[in-house]
Design a protein around this ligand. Structure first.
Ligand SMILES: Nc1ncnc2c1ncn2[C@@H]1O[C@H](COP(=O)(O)OP(=O)(O)OP(=O)(O)O)[C@@H](O)[C@H]1O
Ligand SMILES: [Mg+2]
Length: 379
């Protein structure tokens, strides 16, 4: 088993992807921590981390701001990083605003978009918006070259393709031909749009207006006008983001749980990445059940009674039976998971696979993350 650090050596951008709740945020933070320990300036760009983890990293209310994890926190956890660990929580609305400001041809255009009534709703509610902005932010931070490595935590995407094709979908919305054809006359009419509604040719518009209200249509036309001329910039940028993600500078770490359904999703994800010419750098199987019988020990009720007696633990009822049942169940579960992991490993032959056991407690601070790192280190 190769340590993950070795697999990811030289990568400037690491994306942790996978199904919901499998441990993407945890693994992303652990990877940034291990890079910092090794002397790198590492940033974890996280999305919606558990409150306790955010708090313990000192990330309480900071949106879109790179925050250095205080050296005291490392000292408290008994860690002495040679580098620096930084963290940032993605703020969807702010990232959109920044992107618009950067891409607009003039401050007036930016202002027209940012103050548009529809903009706020559209930018944050559009499907794929979060995924697109996460990529966008990574690209921005990466090109600024302030960090040796940027680790991206990704949102709990239900469908792998949502994540990979988010940018196409957003661009489709912004550069929608159908919308342009319908709203075209309105766009051209400019401020005289209301006169246009009376024209016989505006049948479609009138019908639309009946459903949506003319205010909505006007806002929509304004929105399209405001974005005029920016599509190309957006498209170009999205292409550059894609180029970065498919380059050797980027590495995708696929996180999964050891159950059949999630593993199936992981395999699907791996395939989807491949279709986009992205290689899975490593797979992390997280929260794997430990097998209590792996080291032998009492495996029947009589032996358990004996063990309890030796340890001077009073068994006044059915303690030995219950312990035995628990151990057997745990063992069966571990066995099932082991077979799943083997299946995964066979299917993905050649992709480094790392196993992280289920820890006793949730991972909510640097010590917990460091514990995860020990397993990612190939132990
Ligand atoms: N190996 C582990 N042992 C014990 N607890 C873990 C382990 N890995 C993660 N956890 C805990 O599991 C929970 C889910 O983890 P995490 O938030 O990292 O998942 P996620 O994939 O980012 O979820 P989402 O898709 O909702 O963003 C957290 O409370 C985390 O502390
Ligand atoms: Mg998460």
């Amino acid at each position: 088993m190769r340590p993950l650090a070795q697999v990811l050596e030289g990568r400037k951008v690491i994306c942790c992807v996978g199904s919901g709740g499998v441990g993407k945020t945890t693994v992303a933070a652990a990877l940034a921590l291990s890079a910092a320990i090794e002397g790198k300036r590492a940033l974890v760009l996280t999305i919606d981390p558990a409150r306790r983890l955010a708090n313990s990293l000192g990330l309480k209310e900071l949106g879109n701001q790179e925050t250095r994890i205080a050296p005291e926190l490392f000292a408290q956890a008994g860690l002495h990083p040679r580098g620096e660990m930084w963290a940032m929580m993605l703020d969807l609305k702010l990232t959109w605003d920044e992107l618009v400001e950067r891409q607009a041809r003039s401050p007036e255009q930016a202002r027209a978009i940012l103050t548009n009534k529809l903009y706020q709703t559209l930018s944050t509610a559009m499907a794929g918006s979060l995924e697109y902005m996460a990529m966008e932010k990574v690209y921005e931070v990466h090109t600024a070259r302030r960090f040796d490595v940027v680790v991206l935590d990704t949102p709990p995407t239900t469908n792998a393709l949502d994540f990979l094709h988010a940018s196409d979908r957003i661009l489709d919305v912004l550069d929608n031909d159908a919308m342009r054809i319908i709203l075209g006359p309105m766009l051209r009419a400019g401020k005289l749009w209301f006169k246009l509604l009376a024209a016989p040719s505006a049948m479609v518009l009138r019908t639309l207006a009946r459903f949506t209200g003319t205010d909505f249509l006007r806002d929509l036309a304004d929105f399209m006008i405001a974005f005029e001329g920016m599509y190309e910039g957006f498209k170009e940028r999205a292409a550059r983001v894609k180029a970065l993600l498919t380059s050797p500078e980027a590495g995708f770490v696929l996180v999964t749980a050891p159950n059949p359904l999630t593993i199936q999703e992981a395999l699907f994800f791996h395939q989807a990445l491949r279709e986009d010419r992205i290689a899975t750098a490593a797979v992390v199987v997280n929260r794997v059940q430990r097998d209590p019988r792996r080291h032998g020990g009492p495996d029947n009720v009589a032996a358990m009674r004996e063990a309890l007696m030796l340890a001077q633990i009073k068994d006044s009822g059915d303690l030995a039976e219950r312990l035995c049942t628990t151990l057997t169940e745990q063992s069966m579960l571990a066995d099932l998971e082991r077979r799943e992991v083997e299946r995964l490993s066979r299917t993905l032959s050649g992709v480094p696979l790392l196993i992280v056991p289920r820890l006793r407690k949730d991972v909510h601070d640097l010590s917990g993350l460091w514990q995860i790192d020990q397993f990612l280190g190939g132990q």
